[in-house]
Every structure is written in C-alpha cells, then in structure tokens.
Design a protein around this ligand. Sequence first.
Ligand SMILES: [Zn+2]
Length: 295
Amino acid sequence: MYRKLIWYSNKIFNLFSIIATITDERLKPQIATVRITTAIIIMQFSNLGSLNSLSQAISVKNLKKDIPSVSTIARSADSINLEEIRNIGIEIYQKARKSKMLSPYCGMWVGIVDGHEQTTSKYHRCPHCKSRIVTKKGGVKEVQYYHEFTAFILAGPDISFILDIEPILPGEGEISSSYRLLERVLGNYSKAFSVVIGDGLYLKETVFNLLKKHHKYTIAVLKEERRQIFEEANSLSLLLEPKTYKQGRTYYKVWDHLVSGCWDGYGKKVRVISLYQKKLQLKELTQRMAKSGKI
Ligand SMILES: [Zn+2]
C-alpha cells in the first residue's frame, strides 16, 4: 500500500520532483530542503503524528541515514517558503480536478472553513504560541501553550481536499485568521467552489460581504445571539406551515424563509432554514404510518 502511494504520487502528481522547487532560508544548508520536505511527507503518509514518532519509526527500520534528524527538520521547516508550498498545492489541486478525481456534493462545489487546535503543552512554547489558563482536577490552575489555525477544505462526497491553512496568531480570533485565509483562497482557487460553509462564528457581515464580492454563497449556523434574524425567522415559522419528511425513524419539519432588513452591515436578503427533528418511538411511528394508510 505504501509503495503504491509513493508510486501513485509520483506518476500522477510528479510529487517528489515538484517538491524539489521548495526552498528555505538556511544559509549554506548541508541537507537539501527537498530531503526535509520528503521526510515530512513520509511522516504524513505513514500517519505518524509527530517528528519524534517518525524518528522512532526510522530507527526501528534502520533508515536513520536517509532521514534528517528531528532538530534539522524542525529548524529548516521554521523558515521554509510557504508561498512555494502553496503553489505546489495549487498544482496538485489542478491536476486532481482536471483528471476528475474530485467530485461535487449534490451538484455543488462546497468549501468548509473552520478553526482547529494543534499542539498543546504546559512546558514548551515558541514566540507564536497562544496561552490560556486551564483548571485541573482539584482546582489547580496552570498555563497551557497551544497553536491554532483555520483551514479551508474543499469537501466532496469521496475525497475532501485541504486547499490552505492560516495560523490564528496570539491575541487574535478565528475570524481574523479566516479572513486572511478566505482572501487568499478566493485569489488562488477562484473557481474551485461556489458555496462556503462555516459554524455559528462565521455569521458575520465581514465574511458574508467578502464572499458575496467574489460571487460565492455563504452558509453559516444561525445561533440565538443573532437575535433579530433569529426572532424574525421564528415569528415567520409560527405563521407558515413547514415541509415535513421522514428518514428512517426520524421525522423532520423544515421551514424555509427569505429574511431581509434584519442584519445591519449586510444589506442583502438571507435565507433562513429552520429544522426541527424528532426521533419517533416505534409505537408512534406505527400509528402515523397506519394513519397515512402505509400499513
Ligand atoms: Zn508555539
């Protein structure tokens, strides 16, 4: 399987040749950057979670001379050229799309944006670390250092493809990071998707306006904090009959409203979908089916 993965990556994407263009800022490097990036790719392909696990795995396999040390990989990766890595991502995406490896979801190309947490440590920190106080069992408080980033994923029914990521820097929130990410993705992958989905955080006029400017639709979770839109949708739901359907033993009621004038800063209409779902007990389900003449 592993050999097949390497063979396929080279045959289809020419991977180990195109990564040779990546550079870093080390002066007079003894180990070429391509060996650093290869080691990182091997770590990913082997599904190893860290450079230390890679180092352990290669010492078991007696491959120590082929893979640079953990400290060399870490030091080089710190100054690696991100723009060059992104260009390789674009090249791989274009080949995958052209050869029809990716497919749309329900006829639409959908992007998902979300924040993710990376490493946490109470001992190790770097200048880019975020920090927070956590309360342990027994009320002991301690400082925890961690990293976060936002990721943009092109979501498909079979394969999901990460198009780009952006760090959430100390002192800033997910939206500031994702705004930079979205601007870059909209530039680099302008035709890759038509809809962007985010959680409740992304119900922000800045995000909706940016995506609208690039002719994209935005879908975000509507939470109660957005009181005006929420209340407007709720009062419309009281007046209108929902559409109903059943999947398995779950019964759904769906309201579909077009709401306008409820959101300062975003002058356009928004569509609010309210969903009510209820899992029916077998007895209740049988009663409903008997009533509708299905049994
Ligand atoms: Zn750090």
